[in-house]
Every structure is written in C-alpha cells, then in structure tokens.
Design a protein around this ligand. Structure first.
Ligand SMILES: [Ca+2]
Ligand SMILES: [Ca+2]
Ligand SMILES: [Ca+2]
Ligand SMILES: [Ca+2]
Length: 286
C-alpha cells in the first residue's frame, strides 16, 4: 500500500512541477489563516449556493493583486471577470464543506477529454478548483509526504462525455467518500462548485485543531482540439492563470509565482477548526 502511494505521490509531483527549494522572502507573522466554524446546517452539494446555506461558514475573497497570486500558467490575467473567486468553508463531525463561486469569462471543460496525463485526468487544463490539505501539520518542503491530506484537484462534469472529471487517486480517497458538483452559468461563464471531503482524509481534525491549507482556481480560456486526438502525445499548458488563496502576500516578491508553492506545504496557509460553540458572527468581530 505504501509503495503504491509513494509512486502516486511522485507522479503528482511530476505533474505540476517540483518546487525550487531556496529560502523565501516571507514573514511567519504574515501567514494567512482561515478560521472554520462548526456547521449549524448541512449544505446540499448541488452546485447551487442557496440562501442561508453558507451563512454560518467562514468566507474569503481571492482577488489579484491584493490577496492572491498567479501560479503555473501563461500569466494572461485580464481582471476580476477573468478569474477571481469567493469561497465558504465549514465542518461538522464527519466532513469539511466548501462552496466556491468563480468569476470567469470563458468556461472550458473539454481539453484532453478522457486522455490521461501522468496517470491522472488533467482536469487542471480545464476550469477547476484545487484543494490542498497538510493534514499532518508537517509544513514540508514538498507535498503529499504522508498518508494524510495532500492535493486534490476537482474538475467539471458538464460535458456529457466527461461525466466525472476528478483528479484524485482512488487509493488516496475513494470516490464514494467525497461528493462534489459544479454548475456553470451559460450566459456569463461564471461557475459554482460545492464539495465535501471526509475529515478522516485530512488528518481527522477536531474542534480547536489546525491543519495546513491552500486552494487555487485553474483558468484556461482556450479549448485546443488537438488534445482530443488519440495520437497527440505532447503536453500543452493551456491555463491562462492559476490563482491561489495562498499563505503569504507576494511570496516571491510579486504576483507571478513560478516557484511552485503548490508543491510546498511550508508555503500554505493555516486552517483552524473553531470550537462548536463559536459562530462565524462572534469571531468575525475580532
Ligand atoms: Ca448547495
Ligand atoms: Ca477566464
Ligand atoms: Ca504533510
Ligand atoms: Ca475559464
């Protein structure tokens, strides 16, 4: 089991590039934290942010250039309507829940079809959310260095032939243990994703605990038909941008980061799990 997992981990590291390990220009006091309340009502994972459904959740807005930065991609960011997002997060005794509302100008889901890259569906070359959990609090200079947590990439399933585009190795998290749904606004190309993961997959945090956390939204705005050709063997980087929630402001001295913080748990933020009695409204006052 461990041997198999290690091979998957190596593969994941290869997919998005292995980070450079040099000292970063950062201050620990600037590491971003999100405080997650215990859920008072269980959200329905249907890709629709219904009224009141997330009002008891923690919330943040991820917008360049103030509190996000570019990751891997072609650095073609045209403004908030191109790629920016808000997200909500809360937990209960069994799951952590996310609602993500993305502003996008061109919705893309067809790149690569069912062709796999590095033994995974390359959902990151379509509009997708990536979730990162350092469940064993190791803050490592790599990622997926333990059986707990790691990087999950959620794609979209709106194209009929790609009914479930998920890039999570099944031996890390079996498909029947999580749930997700993405709904796209056909008029605006904006989209919403809701998801839930079992706490058992992210270190089994209890009220009062913390784990390392990051997330990003991948934004390609181009469909390249050659990625659907069975004879096409190259690999194309089609993302315009990958926008991170991220731990540190401008972690490499600017908004554009090519150093691969997604591969370094040490560069991720912190997620704390609030005691059950603490509501979102009481901690927001501080
Ligand atoms: Ca919902
Ligand atoms: Ca876009
Ligand atoms: Ca770790
Ligand atoms: Ca897009």
């Amino acid at each position: 089991m461990l041997k198999k997992l290690v091979s998957v981990v190596v593969c994941l590291g290869f997919v998005l590039g292995v980070g450079v390990s040099f000292a970063q220009d950062r201050e620990e006091s600037q590491r971003r934290t999100i405080k997650v309340p215990y859920s008072k009502s269980t959200p329905i994972i249907d890709g629709v942010l219904s009224a009141g459904e997330w009002s008891d959740a923690a919330h943040d807005t991820v917008l360049l250039p103030n509190n996000a930065f570019y990751g891997d991609g072609n650095d073609l960011w045209d403004g908030p309507e191109d790629n920016s997002y808000e997200f909500w997060v809360k937990y209960d005794d069994t799951f952590i829940y996310f609602g993500v509302s993305v502003k996008d100008d061109v919705y893309i889901s067809e790149n690569y079809g069912d062709t796999m890259r590095y033994n995974l569906y390359p959902v990151w070359e379509n509009d997708a959310v990536e979730y990162f959990f350092d469940g064993d609090q190791s803050r490592s200079e790599t990622r997926n260095d333990s059986l707990i947590g790691g990087q999950f990439i959620f794609g979209l399933g709106t194209e009929p032939s790609n009914s479930a585009r998920v890039s999570i190795p099944e031996d890390i998290l079996p498909p029947d243990q999580y749930q997700w749904k993405t709904v796209v606004d056909a008029k605006t190309s904006d989209w919403v994703q809701e998801a839930k993961f079992p706490l058992s997959a992210i270190g089994q945090p209890k009220p009062g605990d913390w784990i390392g956390f990051n997330m990003s939204v991948d934004d390609p705005d181009t469909f390249d038909p050659q990625t659907r050709d069975p004879d096409f063997t190259d690999y194309l980087e089609l993302r315009d941008t990958q926008v991170y929630w991220e731990a540190f402001p401008n972690p490499y001295g600017g908004n554009v980061n090519k150093a691969g913080t997604e591969n370094k748990e040490s560069m991720w933020g912190t997620m704390t799990f609030l005691e059950k009695s603490v509501s979102v409204h009481s901690w927001e006052l501080y």
